[in-house]
Design a protein around this ligand. Structure first.
Ligand SMILES: *[C@@H]1O[C@H](CO)[C@@H](O)[C@H](O)[C@H]1NC(C)=O
Ligand SMILES: *[C@@H]1O[C@H](CO)[C@@H](O)[C@H](O)[C@H]1NC(C)=O
Ligand SMILES: *[C@@H]1O[C@H](CO)[C@@H](O)[C@H](O)[C@H]1NC(C)=O
Ligand SMILES: *[C@@H]1O[C@H](CO)[C@@H](O)[C@H](O)[C@H]1NC(C)=O
Ligand SMILES: *[C@@H]1O[C@H](CO)[C@@H](O)[C@H](O)[C@H]1NC(C)=O
Ligand SMILES: *[C@@H]1O[C@H](CO)[C@@H](O)[C@H](O)[C@H]1NC(C)=O
Ligand SMILES: *[C@@H]1O[C@H](CO)[C@@H](O)[C@H](O)[C@H]1NC(C)=O
Ligand SMILES: *[C@@H]1O[C@H](CO)[C@@H](O)[C@H](O)[C@H]1NC(C)=O
Ligand SMILES: *[C@@H]1O[C@H](CO)[C@@H](O)[C@H](O)[C@H]1NC(C)=O
Ligand SMILES: *[C@@H]1O[C@H](CO)[C@@H](O)[C@H](O)[C@H]1NC(C)=O
Ligand SMILES: *[C@@H]1O[C@H](CO)[C@@H](O)[C@H](O)[C@H]1NC(C)=O
Ligand SMILES: CC(=O)N[C@H]1CO[C@H](CO)[C@@H](O)[C@@H]1O
Ligand SMILES: [Ca+2]
Ligand SMILES: [Ca+2]
Length: 583
């Protein structure tokens, strides 16, 4: 009785495998295999004891990138700045912030990175300049061509009463985007802080100035650019009011309105395409075959995000683990199905032949470990690292760093300071920007100074790189192992199959003829799942070896064991990476 019944079950199971399998375009260029590591300059490593990170600090830690296996570092703005918005308010696009070092220090950093085979990309911030930029200082005096570099408006009279041209609100919740300048008797537009003045992207001179900025940094040998705030370049020229959103927030809050006039305008896309062409022209003019890439930052609905791919953007950041489309809310990642949906949404919508990418954290968002719990961070990292595409990691996430609690008095972030002592924690980005935790010495090894620009997370005594390197098992070591697995043909070219298993587990299989497949099982919930892989995936070998187990799975001692594919027990909120054993 038993044997035929078993056979029937197997057949039924095989027939029920109706998974969508995605083909993967094999990477041909270096950046397509990247793990990009975001180095938040201010908080990474202080070389001179002033309590702030700097370029020489980063240069002194190059071995960290190599050890972890990252292939590219991304430096957020390192430019001259009054530091109103952590350096995104730039007063000179071609000068280095003196707190961080000099242009020579930058060159030395790039050289040191290149010697180790690492790439360096930098932030390009074209939406706005600081109000202290020389262009704006001249614009305020009415000097052309600088006046027309910015977006001015004389306002609207209601009888004798002069008011803003429309109801647009800035992203940082200060209220209107319009700021009055007496000398000019006009308002200028700012989509972010009042000290970040939007450039006029319908002015060809602005394009030509910003191309010069790109050329300047290309001459300093950068490998590409991460392009800031891409949905915000051009605003609707009709200046129409935006309509009320359905959000129950204060009328000065950005989310009070639907941003149909100030965000995702069609004119933004060709601008980025032109920069990419400019970069390609630069490369051609140098007569070498160095490949440089760009990627764009923008939180929008999927249709607007995917459109970047059609305009020669190598990839738009995939922020769906971070925010929902319209950035009002943190992305919902409460269930295995939420995660499955995010994976599938990107893979389904991405134009064919393009490179996917995954982001779990950055300098603007709550730490991923804080959001989903430390006991689940390995699982989400292992899954996303082993899907095809570029992975962008925020410094410290490889250690399982969590948000640092800061009081209102300790808060410095411009986005939070415009709010109140009871609501600031909803807006402050300081908790994710505290110093990197190198070891258990003074200031976590970040600085010799015991006072640092933001305080060190008190958990540094145990949560630090040195400890995680020494430990038998750690978040760091797991992530390091997953990164190493990306250097395989099956990761590069294998098909990808993503499955939702019993509504509480996400399974991923990467397969390629002649190669041992990679299988990731991530159990999101607090109960054990026993799975027969044949119910979900075709063509796996009978046995698989456990190569990585998450920190809290209780399976750390089982690494190296083999499992039968017909019955794999995945512990509560446990994750496993298995490698097929060839028969
Ligand atoms: C993937 O490639 C295989 C072999 O080239 C082909 O048969 C299959 O239709 C492709 N699948 C998809 C979803 O494009
Ligand atoms: C230590 O850091 C604090 C704050 O970052 C700074 O005010 C102080 O000058 C620094 N001390 C030294 C010796 O540089
Ligand atoms: C930016 O700084 C550089 C180096 O100090 C200087 O040569 C250049 O004139 C400055 N540019 C502007 C627009 O202020
Ligand atoms: C636009 O919004 C402002 C501020 O709410 C309001 O005063 C003005 O009447 C609106 N204009 C139009 C054309 O609706
Ligand atoms: C932007 O620049 C264009 C071209 O120089 C100019 O015609 C226009 O008036 C400027 N726009 C604003 C809003 O200042
Ligand atoms: C405003 O946005 C909400 C979603 O936040 C959407 O449901 C609504 O249809 C939008 N309204 C308009 C007028 O676009
Ligand atoms: C790139 O070079 C081509 C050929 O010289 C030229 O036609 C084009 O305008 C250049 N593109 C940019 C963005 O400078
Ligand atoms: C917040 O600020 C108000 C007024 O500035 C003060 O009365 C109140 O005690 C503060 N609340 C907290 C929680 O600090
Ligand atoms: C500090 O770190 C060192 C090296 O990682 C370790 O040997 C030592 O036990 C740690 N001390 C404390 C108090 O945790
Ligand atoms: C990737 O694997 C190849 C051999 O397959 C090896 O030579 C190379 O060193 C590996 N690269 C990294 C970064 O691990
Ligand atoms: C699931 O397990 C984690 C870690 O043991 C625990 O922190 C969390 O509260 C549990 N959740 C539920 C719903 O039981
Ligand atoms: C994720 C990110 O880089 N966000 C930046 C977007 O642009 C604004 C203004 O430049 C910055 O404040 C954000 O940090
Ligand atoms: Ca320093
Ligand atoms: Ca703009």
């Amino acid at each position: 009785m038993c044997a035929p019944q078993l056979l029937f079950l197997i057949l039924a199971a095989a027939a029920s495998v109706d998974a969508v399998t995605y083909n993967v375009t094999a990477p041909t260029e270096w950046w397509q295999k990247n793990v990009i590591y975001e180095v938040w300059v201010e908080s990474f490593k202080d070389s001179d004891g002033d309590g702030k990170g700097d370029l020489n600090g980063i240069k002194s830690k190059m071995e960290h990138f190599v050890d972890l296996g990252v292939t590219c570092i991304w430096l957020p703005p390192i430019y001259e700045t009054p530091m109103v918005d952590s350096g995104y308010d730039i007063s000179n696009f071609t000068a280095v912030n003196t707190d961080y070092g000099t242009l020579d220090d930058f060159d030395a950093l790039v050289t040191a990175a290149h010697e180790l085979g690492l790439k360096v990309i930098i932030d390009f911030v074209p939406n706005h300049t600081s109000d202290e930029h020389e262009w704006f200082l001249k614009a305020k005096q009415g000097i052309e061509p600088y006046y027309s570099y910015y977006v001015w408006n004389k306002g609207v009279y209601y009888g004798d009463y002069l008011s803003y041209p429309n109801n647009w609100l800035d992203v940082f919740n200060d209220g209107t985007v319009w700021e009055w300048v007496d000398e000019r008797e006009a308002y200028y537009l700012h989509q972010f802080s009042v000290h970040e003045v939007d450039l006029n992207w319908t002015n060809p001179l602005v394009m030509s100035e910003m191309k010069n900025v790109l050329t300047f940094w290309l001459d300093h040998d950068v490998d590409g650019f991460r392009i800031d705030a891409a949905p915000y370049y051009v605003e609707s020229s009709t200046l129409e009011n935006e309509t009320r959103s359905d959000k129950d927030v204060d009328s000065s809050n950005y989310f009070y309105l639907n941003h149909t006039q100030t965000k995702d305008q069609p004119e933004n896309y060709p601008i980025v395409k032109e920069w990419k062409e400019h970069i390609n022209n630069y490369t051609a003019s140098k007569g070498n075959d160095k490949v440089r890439f760009i990627c764009t930052e923008g939180y929008s609905d999927i249709e607007y995000v995917m459109k970047w791919y059609d305009y020669d953007d190598d990839f738009p950041f995939n922020f769906y683990f971070i925010k929902d489309g319209d950035i009002a809310n943190d992305a919902v990642i409460d269930t295995a199905e939420d995660i499955y949906d995010i994976f599938i949404e990107w893979l389904d919508n991405m134009p064919s032949g393009k490179t996917a990418n995954w982001v779990l954290g950055n300098h603007d968002m709550n730490r991923i470990a804080t959001r989903i719990g430390l006991y689940r961070t390995d699982g989400l990292h292992l899954s996303t690292l082993l899907l095809p595409g570029v992975f962008t990691m925020y410094n410290g996430d490889e250690l399982g760093m969590t948000n640092t609690y800061l009081t209102w008095a300790e808060t410095t972030d411009v986005r939070a300071c415009s709010t109140t002592n009871t609501t600031y924690t909803l807006y402050s980005r300081d908790p994710v920007r505290t110093p990197y935790q190198w070891d258990n010495t003074t200031s976590a090894g970040f600085s010799t100074n015991s006072t640092t620009f933001l305080k060190v997370n008190p958990d540094y005594v145990t949560v630090n790189l040195a400890a995680e390197k020494e430990a038998d098992f750690s978040h760091y070591q797991n992530i390091q192992k997953a990164i190493a697995l990306r250097n395989t043909t099956v990761w590069e070219e294998g098909t990808v199959d993503v499955e939702l298993i019993e509504d509480q587990m996400v399974g991923i299989a990467r397969q390629l003829d002649g190669e041992n497949p990679i299988v990731v099982l991530m159990n999101w919930e607090n109960s054990t799942v026993t799975v027969d892989l044949d119910d979900y995936f075709d063509g796996l070998p009978d046995t698989l070896e456990l190569v990585i187990a998450d920190m809290y799975s209780g399976l750390n001692d089982n690494v190296g064991d083999t499992y039968e594919k017909s019955s794999i027990e995945v512990p509560e909120h446990g994750s496993m990476v298995l490698l097929g054993v060839s028969s």
